[in-house]
Design a binder for this molecule. Structure first.
Ligand SMILES: [Cu+2]
Length: 173
């Protein structure tokens, strides 16, 4: 009889300890452990999606072929912030230019190395006004070209239909 009671008490103690351990484990996992790990994961995902900044200064000297009848001080700037948007990207850009031979008929992002010409991979505007800001889709191809230093922006005029000022896009942030 006494032995049976001891066994019963022992069992209760073990069960109680079991609850205590289970309680610790569950409170531990909700405050630290797993929750902490998943927070870290989502933070690093956010970092991957952090917008990147790109820019270039456009000039007549970088244009290929060499533009004709250019004015002194013909120049421009292009900046773009690229943000991940689902499976694709969007780019908020600003384009400025001055001292061109005429109206800016069009501006594009082209794929091409310094000194080389290449196809348009993103139309920016046409005709264009200096100081323009807009948000456009940026494909993975365009972003890859930018990352590889193989993307340039140029502005076209009637006199220099192939492009009057140009700049190679570089990462700035
Ligand atoms: Cu162009």
């Amino acid at each position: 009889m006494r032995k049976a009671l001891l066994v019963l008490v022992g069992t209760v103690a073990v069960v109680a300890m079991g609850f205590a351990v289970a309680g610790l484990a569950s409170s531990g996992s909700s405050t630290g452990g797993l929750a902490g790990t998943s927070e870290t994961t989502s933070e690093s995902t956010t970092e991957t999606a952090k917008p990147t900044k790109w820019a270039t200064t456009l000039g007549t000297g970088q244009e290929v072929p060499k533009p004709k009848g250019v004015k002194p001080g013909a120049t421009g700037t292009f900046t773009v912030t690229v943000t991940e948007k689902g499976a694709a990207y969007s780019g908020k850009y600003k384009l400025t230019f001055r001292n061109l031979t005429g109206r800016a008929m069009a501006a594009h992002i082209h794929k091409g190395k310094v000194g080389k010409t290449g196809p348009v991979v993103r139309a920016l505007c046409g005709p264009c006004t200096s100081g323009r800001t807009a948000t456009v889709p940026v494909s993975k191809t365009v972003l890859a070209a930018m990352k590889a230093g193989s993307a340039y922006v140029n502005v076209h005029t009637a006199k220099n239909a192939a492009g009057e000022i140009r700049g190679q896009v570089r990462k700035t942030g």
